[in-house]
Design a protein. Structure first.
Length: 339
């Protein structure tokens, strides 16, 4: 009996401070479970036979919290982990994770986080950077400019009447005798009512011995009127000894009750570090929103590359082996729930 009482007392001593801390400064558990079942194939010399697959669309589990430090200053943290519901594996805190300070001046954080380019550009894509039709299959240098950088410091301004900006820089931990790699990024956004506008910039220094610098600019936005939302963006990326990469996107979303009908077109030239590479991609989607937290998405995607083009699906790409034209297409149905 005494042993049980002692054990309970020890457990209470360990648990009570944690409970009290969370009561005073709440810690929130959150997450997303998102899976699609897909039928995919690719025509051309670098072909890929039709097959059915199940794909995780960036399911995640996270914990975040704040502490009031007084004088309008708060400390905050976030640890976010990706997991695949359909298989084992993964690493802890491999998504947006960091620690920072927040106040009237804005927010400052250090850790691992989405770069300003990524957060601004995917906001215009109704599919985000997920699913077959996601932005990174065609734009953002096929995902090279859709980064979640390690060892990054970021500053986020406060919202000033709808206007806000972000700045980011990485440390140069990978410095060698010949290379000094480092990333820089910034965005400016304006959000008010039905209007969203953005401009984004990103630069990668000393990427390799042949590509000493990559620099990109993007601009776009979206506008809603009644049940219709239209969006678009243009991107231009410059690289050492490469022709400028030029890409753009246009989309429309029509909402009827819980039903959403989505159409998206994207195109790119000189992508994949190949001068003369070109592609056009077409994506159709139907989304049924059961609630604000749960939806079903059916989607069809078709990619039309020239002989040098290597545009692909936004997520779970098909391996483009060999030379010649390569044209992936696919249909998917999936469910997403956030908590």
């Amino acid at each position: 009996m005494n042993k049980k009482l002692i054990a309970l007392a020890v457990a209470g001593a360990c648990v009570a401070p944690t409970v009290m801390a969370q009561t005073a400064n709440p810690v929130t558990l959150y997450g997303r479970v998102y899976l699609t079942v897909e039928s995919v194939e690719a025509d051309g010399p670098a072909g890929y036979d039709q097959r059915t697959r199940m794909t995780d669309q960036a399911s995640l589990l996270g914990v975040r919290g704040t502490e009031d430090l007084g004088g309008g200053l708060k400390a905050f943290f976030q640890l976010e982990t990706a997991f695949a519901p359909d298989q084992t594996g993964g690493a802890f805190a491999n998504r947006n994770s960091g620690i920072g300070l927040q106040g009237g001046f804005g927010s400052f954080l250090i850790g691992r986080w989405d770069m300003p380019w990524k957060s601004a550009t995917i906001a215009v894509d109704p599919f985000g950077d997920l699913t077959l039709g996601g932005i990174t299959g065609t734009l953002s240098d096929l995902g090279n400019f859709d980064r979640r950088d390690n060892n990054v410091a970021q500053y986020w301004s406060p919202n000033m009447g709808g206007l806000a900006f972000r700045l980011a820089v990485t440390t140069n931990e990978g410095k060698t005798a010949t290379l000094d790699p480092q990333d820089f990024g910034a965005n400016v956004t304006f959000t008010r009512g039905p209007v969203y506008l953005f401009g984004a910039y990103e630069k990668h220094e000393d990427v390799s011995a042949t590509i000493r610098e990559e620099e990109g600019f993007a601009a776009g936005g979206s506008f809603s009127f009644g049940p219709v939302k239209i969006g678009g963006q243009y991107q231009q990326i410059e690289k050492t000894a490469r022709d400028d990469q030029k890409s753009w996107m246009a989309n429309i979303v029509y909402t009827l009750g819980k039903n959403q009908f989505i159409g998206q077109y994207m195109t790119s030239e000189n992508h994949n570090n190949i001068n003369g590479a070109e592609c056009d991609t077409f994506h159709l989607g139907y989304q049924y929103n059961f609630t604000k937290r749960t939806f079903m998405l059916a989607q069809y995607s078709e990619i039309d590359n020239n002989d040098l083009g290597r545009c692909n699906f936004g997520a779970a790409r098909i391996n483009a082996s060999g030379a010649g034209e390569f044209d992936p297409s696919g249909f998917s149905v999936g469910l997403r729930h956030v908590f």
